[in-house]
Design a protein around this ligand. Structure first.
Ligand SMILES: [Ca+2]
Length: 106
């Protein structure tokens, strides 16, 4: 499904489009959650992510950072603007960071 993850590099707008499953040009908490779970490579990983309170917290932190105008969703403009800053500010132990940012680089 996410063939572009096999490429060496991925453009931020491609990543945005992949997460935005209803194509309304905004990323919601559920879309980010579903996308992150879809990246988990096996069902154990998936169920771990779903159960972890930490995962919910990570998603909130991710959205807080990306949602510049604080309207609860992430617009494409916000995503593209904040994406380049992600690596500098997001601690590498965050699950969402690892799933979304690290997965497509490996
Ligand atoms: Ca959307």
């Amino acid at each position: 499904m996410y063939d572009f993850f096999r490429k060496k590099t991925i453009e931020p707008h491609e990543l945005f489009n992949a997460i935005d499953t209803d194509e309304d040009m905004y990323l919601t908490c559920d879309e980010i959650k579903n996308f992150t779970i879809s990246l988990a490579t096996n069902t154990d990983e998936k169920s771990q992510l779903v159960q972890k309170e930490l995962f919910e917290k990570d998603i909130r932190i991710f959205i807080q950072f990306m949602d510049v105008d604080k309207n609860g969703v992430i617009s494409k403009a916000e995503f593209l603007k904040q994406y380049q800053k992600l690596e500098q500010i997001v601690d590498k132990h965050y699950l969402v960071y690892k799933q979304i940012i690290m997965n497509h680089k490996s």
